[in-house]
Design a binder for this molecule. Structure first.
Ligand SMILES: Nc1ncnc2c1ncn2[C@@H]1O[C@H](COP(=O)(O)OP(=O)(O)OP(=O)(O)O)[C@@H](O)[C@H]1O
Ligand SMILES: [Mg+2]
Length: 300
């Protein structure tokens, strides 16, 4: 079983509103796949179709090889889900909720639940309605992880979590991945996506504008090296070097903006006396922003 999630020409209209248009996507077993896009681009809509919580207008969705429309029960039994707008049973305590959900599945490994509870410093004794947003989210995360499913689908899982809990979540994702299980998450937080995802899909206005490995997107990100030389260097020494996009020269300072390796730039620079050096790391944020903003005509 290689294809864990498969969307074929998935289209969804809410009345006149087009939420998804011809989305084709395959997620492979063992991947951590990030689903990104601006607000309203169709992420939640996509995720809800996977569980038959909404019906596609056209197209086909399979999860673990099962058809989302005809085999929804089986999908819900085998796949765990953390919705974005987590509406839990307010009057239950976290413990009661987890017991209830565990019973639906015919039991759970309580040792593992307790480990998760400790790691997320989660309060299972209070009624859910009394918990803060982040603390509710932790109960939601525990229910998504506790059955050790082969596929976990999460809609903005770290929304509301503090930095420490985010780190714990990332560590847990690494463990799930190491066990060969698959994770599909939507997110708005680029450093998180960079930290945990193997591949990402970027949606814009209901269309999937790119599906790419994080490493490929990183290679496209622009870095900057800024040299201060003892004397001005000739205008053109850095222009035309591999990966160089822009060279700005001011007196004896040179700013090189480049993608990929700095090797050629550094080897060229050492021919001159360097008195200062600054490096600005590329931000993936810029790469994503470009996808979010581009019109259809100029997508590379
Ligand atoms: N139940 C609904 N009825 C009508 N329109 C809807 C409904 N749910 C979503 N939409 C519309 O479908 C589009 C996609 O919404 P969706 O919630 O999938 O976006 P999203 O990518 O999850 O956004 P966000 O980042 O804000 O969570 C939006 O234009 C939204 O207004
Ligand atoms: Mg959403």
């Amino acid at each position: 079983m290689d294809k864990v999630i498969c969307l074929e020409a998935l289209t969804k209209f809410y009345g006149e509103t087009r939420a998804l248009h011809n989305v084709d996507l395959t997620v492979q077993a063992g991947e951590v796949f990030g689903y990104l896009g601006p607000n309203g681009s169709g992420k939640t809509t996509t995720i809800r179709t996977l569980f038959d919580l909404i019906r596609p207008t056209s197209g086909r969705v399979t999860v673990l090889g099962l058809d989302s429309r005809t085999d929804a029960r089986e999908i819900r039994r085998r796949v765990d889900y953390l919705p974005g707008d987590i509406a839990l049973y307010e009057r239950m305590t976290g413990h009661e909720l987890l017991s209830y959900l565990a019973n639906l599945r015919g039991g759970v490994d309580w040792d593992y639940v307790m480990q998760l509870t400790e790691r997320f410093q989660c309060d299972l004794k209070s009624r859910i309605r009394t918990l803060s947003r982040g603390n509710r989210q932790k109960v939601g995360l525990i229910q998504a992880f506790m059955n050790r499913p082969e596929l976990i689908i999460m809609d903005e899982p770290t929304a509301g979590l503090d930095t420490l809990m985010q780190q714990e979540f990332y560590a847990l994702i690494d463990e799930v991945k190491a066990e060969g299980r698959t994770i599909f998450i939507s997110s708005h937080f680029i450093p998180e996506v960079e930290r945990i995802c193997d591949r990402v899909g970027i949606l814009r206005e209901g269309e999937l504008v790119t599906v790419e490995h994080i490493s490929v997107l990183k290679d496209r990100a622009l870095h900057q090296l800024e040299f201060r030389f003892a004397q001005p260097v000739p205008q053109d020494v850095f222009l035309g070097l591999p990966g160089v996009h822009e060279v700005l020269i001011e007196d004896s300072s040179v700013k090189c903006t480049f993608a990929g390796s700095p090797d050629a730039i550094v080897k060229t620079a050492v021919a001159y006396e360097i008195v200062g050096l600054k490096s600005h790391e590329a931000s993936l944020e810029d790469v994503f922003l470009a996808f979010y903003r581009r019109s259809d005509t100029d997508v590379a």
